[in-house]
Design a protein around this ligand. Structure first.
Ligand SMILES: [Zn+2]
Length: 296
């Protein structure tokens, strides 16, 4: 199986064996240019994999809502309105299965944990995505949008959180505008006038940068509010944080302390943990979902 993850800033491709282990893996920056440039880059990336054979199918994880087998709603302007599945199949001359980041991350962890309690996986990167596993399967919803937490309004906003947060979806104040790498970077820039990457802000917070520390504390509080809403609705046994969550170990320690202030009953059985596999989790989860679809 070939697996591919198309993200805002980078593309990753891999070949996985039937056990889900990586045989080869390559990545490249997302090219400048438009949709056709992206298709060419994907073809080049797949061609660069060691061990490609003609019969292999392609599982693709994209930051999008997948409806009717295609990417319907996405923050990636290059993919908006495109018939991505058809065009990838044509460009690669292979059968293509599309899934979203939330479902792929969820499938990866549901396969590992074998939990019988609901599992929610939240991708925090340039954009945010969510997925749900329950009753032994992935729950995508009636429109492919289950746990589309990115475009909920940030819960319990304080006055300065109510304005000035336009989102690509056309609304204002979506969770994604706060709880994403770009949201964190903009918070830091608002205070300091300097633009650092999310990783640089996390490093600064670990040192003596009190502004970075305060920005991370605000991020923690917002993540506490957002995850408390998910807990109130779904009551999961586990919430996984994936992607580029800043200071993930610290988040998993501190965010649950916020929950009692925002939920109505004891939720101490809900565990918050984080995913170290990065885009590898998306590749493996997408491959698992594609294999399940083919065998089902
Ligand atoms: Zn939005």
């Amino acid at each position: 199986m070939i697996a591919l993850a198309i993200d805002h800033r980078n593309f990753t491709a891999a070949i996985l064996d039937d056990g889900g282990d990586f045989i080869s893996r390559v990545e490249c920056p997302a090219p400048a240019g438009g949709y056709r440039d992206w298709l060419v880059a994907v073809c080049d990336l797949v061609a660069g994999l060691n061990g490609v054979s003609p019969h292999m199918h392609v599982a693709v994880a994209v930051p999008a809502i997948i409806s009717g087998g295609n990417a319907e709603i996405t923050p990636l302007a290059n993919l908006a309105g495109a018939d991505l599945r058809r065009d990838l199949q044509s460009a690669l001359s292979r059968e293509v299965f599309l899934t979203d980041f939330g479902a792929a991350l969820t499938a990866f962890h549901a396969g590992i944990s074998k939990t019988d309690k609901p599992l929610v996986a939240l991708w925090i990167g340039s954009s945010c995505h969510g997925g749900l596993a329950a009753n032994g399967g992935i729950v995508t919803g009636a429109h492919g949008a289950a746990v589309n937490w990115a475009h909920l309004q940030l819960p319990a906003p304080v006055p300065h959180e109510l304005d000035g947060r336009p989102c690509w979806c056309g609304r204002n104040g979506c969770v994604e505008t706060f709880l994403s790498t770009s949201g964190l970077e903009e918070d830091y820039e608002r205070v300091t006038g300097d633009r650092l990457t999310a990783a640089q802000i996390a490093t600064a917070a670990s040192g003596n940068d009190i502004v970075a520390e305060s920005v991370i504390q605000v991020f923690e509080d917002r993540l506490g509010r957002a995850t408390a809403t998910i807990i109130s609705l779904i009551d999961p046994g586990t919430i996984i944080l994936g992607g580029n969550t800043p200071m993930p170990e610290r988040m998993c320690e501190r965010v649950p302390r916020k929950w009692p202030g925002y939920v109505q009953i004891d939720r101490s059985n809900t565990r918050l943990t984080w995913c170290e596999a990065g885009h590898g989790a998306l590749l493996r989860g997408a491959a698992d979902l594609a294999a399940a679809r083919r065998s089902g």
